[in-house]
Write a protein that binds this ligand. Structure first.
Ligand code: GAR
Length: 187
């Protein structure tokens, strides 16, 4: 199998990145993590990239042409899939059109419910009985691209934000890899 060169975008902890790195060691897993990009120089996920000898780039989203810099690197590393794994910035329409290849995102809710930020806080304030995570294709609308996979669990009465996050991320770590396998199933 020829693995697809993949770039993972992160902003923080990198627990999804960690699972993807581990799974990509399996020769049947369709991607190779060739590059990690972070908009946060203090993201713990960068340490994971370092530890696993994966090239990484820290970007400054305040710089005018930062997206061109990203595009040049995606080309350099022959990236054919971008995974947004806790990347907390929105990519511009221009960037999406210029890249033109697959971009997928993981979101900690059952989309189309609870798009955007502060997801767990909003879920707890609602009267939802269940929640979960979604992996979806990225388009120019926030958290609105075609859904690839969702995983669900029931909210319990003692669940707080921290517990919801823990339960959601446990499912995310399975969902992201399953989504990747699904999109490359016939390639
Ligand atoms: C994940 O739970 C992901 O769903 C969320 O950030 C977390 C990153 O965790 N993403 C968003 O909220 C995007 N809107 P990680 O850094 O440990 O993978």
């Amino acid at each position: 199998m020829v693995k697809k060169n993949t770039c993972i975008f992160i902003s923080g902890e990198g627990s999804n990145l960690k699972t993807l790195i581990n799974n990509s060691r399996n020769h049947n897993f369709p991607i190779k993590i060739s590059l990690v990009i972070s908009n946060n120089a203090n993201a713990k996920g960068i340490l994971l990239a370092k530890k696993n000898s994966i090239p990484f780039i820290i970007i400054d989203t305040k710089r005018r042409y930062f997206e061109n810099f990203i595009l040049a690197n995606l080309k350099k590393y022959k990236i054919s899939l971008i995974c947004l794994a806790g990347y907390m910035k929105v990519l511009s329409k221009k960037f999406l059109n210029s890249y033109g290849k697959m971009i997928i995102n993981i979101h900690p809710s059952l989309l189309p419910k609870f798009k955007g930020l502060n997801t767990f806080e909003r879920i707890l304030k609602s009267d939802e009985k269940k929640t979960g995570c979604t992996v979806h294709f990225v388009n120019e609308k926030l958290d609105a691209g075609m859904i690839i996979i969702q995983k669900i669990f029931f909210i319990e009465k003692d669940d707080n934000e921290e517990i919801l996050k823990k339960k959601t991320q446990k499912l995310e770590h399975k969902a992201f890899s399953e989504a990747i396998i699904k999109i490359f199933r016939y390639s």
